[in-house]
Design a protein around this ligand. Structure first.
Ligand code: ADP
Ligand code: MG
Length: 278
């Protein structure tokens, strides 16, 4: 399964949500920071067994994208990934946007991610209809669009979705399956999801929305995740990872059933699964 995660103006959280989706499931997952503008995931994560040091500077997503031009195998992405937690591997992004100049075509990367034997979460960062990473979004089983609850952020998401949906549908020959995800504290999640559902309902792209999800705004949880504390015997699960676990289930369901219902109906389903302790 390939999950693409992206965001728009004023709604950061693509990288954090991607990593949380990776570490919150026991299913072997490769998190690929495939943001053409570059990223710093290699510097944020503490590699296992290390003493606070991050991943080595290579391989990065550009190594993977370059190799994918000549050979694509089910193990290619895993082979270019650094071990992070027991079940999660990470392919960090390049550090500076300029470094991506040599990779003009991201379609081979899309092919490599799609061919991966392990589940892949591809963090595309900010995306628009002419982004080089459009082939990755088009190849994804589910596209997660991260937003914040502010009206401006949700309206940007609505606009972006309406522009992206036909572009992706044209490449895939089928409508994309999209799950908008709101980053907000747990205590507001119910009201925020309802509000966002209402804002997206009149969208002419509402038919591709397969549920609206939620990720906890949890700075302490983000820090723990970067340190590799992802729950288990010694560490309790943080709100961030509990919400990511529920979102993983929602994504799996969306991938299985495809686009369905109205955003309001989907939103009710989405919130029903959050439970009290998430
Ligand atoms: N769920 C969250 N809880 C708390 N802080 C978050 C969350 N998601 C993102 N952030 C913070 O917002 C900032 C940008 O997030 P990041 O995931 O790097 O965004 P992007 O990849 O879209 O640029 C970071 O400081 C990150 O820690
Ligand atoms: Mg990022």
């Amino acid at each position: 399964m390939l999950i693409a995660v992206c965001c728009d103006r004023g709604a950061p959280g693509s990288t954090t949500t991607s990593l949380a989706l990776g570490v919150s499931t026991p299913e072997p997952t490769i998190v690929v920071e495939a943001d053409p503008y570059g990223g710093d995931l290699a510097l944020r994560c503490v590699a296992p067994g290390g003493h606070g040091e991050a991943f080595p500077p290579t391989p990065t997503v550009l190594t993977l994208a370059t190799e994918a031009r000549t050979t694509v195998t089910p193990g290619l992405a895993a082979g270019k990934a650094h071990e992070f937690t027991g079940s999660t591997r990470v392919v960090p992004g390049h550090f500076s946007a300029e470094q991506a100049a040599g990779v003009k075509n991201w379609a081979p990367l899309a092919e490599a991610l799609r061919a991966s034997a392990s589940r892949v979460v591809a963090d595309l960062g900010r995306i628009h209809s002419s982004s080089p990473t459009i082939p990755v979004a088009a190849a994804a089983d589910v596209v997660v669009m991260v937003t914040r609850p502010e009206v401006g952020a949700v309206m940007h998401l609505k606009d972006r979705l309406e522009r992206l949906a036909p572009v992706l549908a044209n490449i895939r020959n089928a409508p994309p399956v999209v799950v908008p995800v709101v980053v907000t504290p747990k205590r507001f999640a119910g009201a925020v999801l309802e509000h966002v559902g209402r804002m997206l309902a009149p969208s002419n792209a509402a038919g591709v929305i397969a549920g609206i999800g939620w990720i906890a705004l949890d700075p302490t949880g983000v820090e723990a995740m970067h340190a590799g504390q992802v729950g288990g015997k010694k560490n309790a699960r943080t709100p961030l990872l509990k919400s990511a676990g529920v979102l993983n289930d929602q994504i799996n369901q969306a991938a299985g059933v495809g686009p369905y219902g109205t955003p309001e109906a989907a939103q009710v389903d989405a919130y029903a699964g959050h439970g009290e302790e998430a």
